[in-house]
Design a protein around this ligand. Sequence first.
Ligand code: AMP
Length: 431
Amino acid sequence: MARIQAIRGTQDRYGGALLRWRVMEERVRAVADRFGYEEIRTPLFEATELFSRGVGMDTDIVQKEMYTFADRKGRSLTLRPEGTASVVRAYLEHGMARERPIAKFFYMGPMFRYERPQKGRFREFHQFGVEVIGSDDPLHDAETVAVFIAMLEDLGLSGLTVRLGSVGDGECRPAYTALLRSYLKENEKDLCETCRERIDRNPLRVLDCKADAGGPVIAGAPSILEHLCGGCRDHLDRVGAALGAAGIPYTHDAGLVRGLDYYTRTVYEVHHERLGAQSALGGGGRYDRLVEDLGGPATPGVGFSAGMERIADVASSLGVEWTGEEPLRLFVAPLDGAGEERVFPLLLRLRRRWRVEGNYRARNLKTQLKHAVRFGARFVLLIGEEEAAADAVSIKRLDTGDQTRVKAADLEREIESLASAGDGDDRSRKE
Ligand code: AMP
């Protein structure tokens, strides 16, 4: 029979790659904790309307990339393509504004987009992100950039660049949009087909075009940064000043529109040169209309999302090692029938504290020592007739071969002291 394979654009994660992935998850979560972002986990699928309203009808995501299906009752559901809309839905649904005048959330998990799989682009990929809901203070915009940078730095990444822009608001965007539209109309013939279609509906999205054709026209377009109203200008300056004061370098980028429609004012991206064409590790911005668009009271918000596959990619190309605390590993080897009788409870007892493997059946010692080495054990616990008679266990150090017999009741204490003595030896050897 033909074998069934994983769906294109999805990945299995196991072995060393999974261990590194777990370290990334732990470190990022720890930084979110330090910055006071509360973790939230929302469902992997939602009503389709949440994303068409929340992300925007005119985005690539909604037009081309959603995994949408009808359930058995004919309701239209969608696998989440991003995290923000779900977080805002949950925030409204549970009346979270009551306990949290400013709500700060952190999320992490899989997202789904029907994109053409290529380097750095998957159909199931992972993001983490933060949202601050209920504040229009530019310091909160800067805080989301700062927590993003702190996460990446904790992961050992250097060489990051922050691009900062603004998409204006209801006061200044309409005039700028009109200006941009007439400029694009004049140069229509040099744009790609999708862009030509977007000139009337949503000309700002043309600035985000990935096709090469329109490059020169887009580069010559009027800059929104020169057409911001006083409020938006001041807001952007304050975000920039806060980043400057925090020692986070950034450059202004007038071409930043980002793929999602809900942004107002601040938009930003964090890039790494190693990624080439898909160089964004993540990005975010302010979404002062989103809560209202999803049926809530007018409430400002700001946040970012980051692509975890891309981050893992950059880390490995920089040779950054992500290793967690390695717990002590032990191996239990029964030597005969008496050992076999004691092995099961002994394994369970030791597994309360350490990572322990062993054989249930007695084998010759050489074979068992080989198993122990392959498992990465530091100590092998030998149990046989002699040990059973003395209610004891023999502990063999795999690096030196030294062996001692200890009372079963003292086992944990002995292992602990042997392990820390071993650490001391390691240090003195390195010096
Ligand atoms: P977005 O939600 O589109 O702003 O994307 C934020 C970040 O998620 C991007 O900068 C990428 O790092 C990552 N990302 C987005 N789409 C994908 C994808 N299809 N595969 C892998 N990573 C992605």
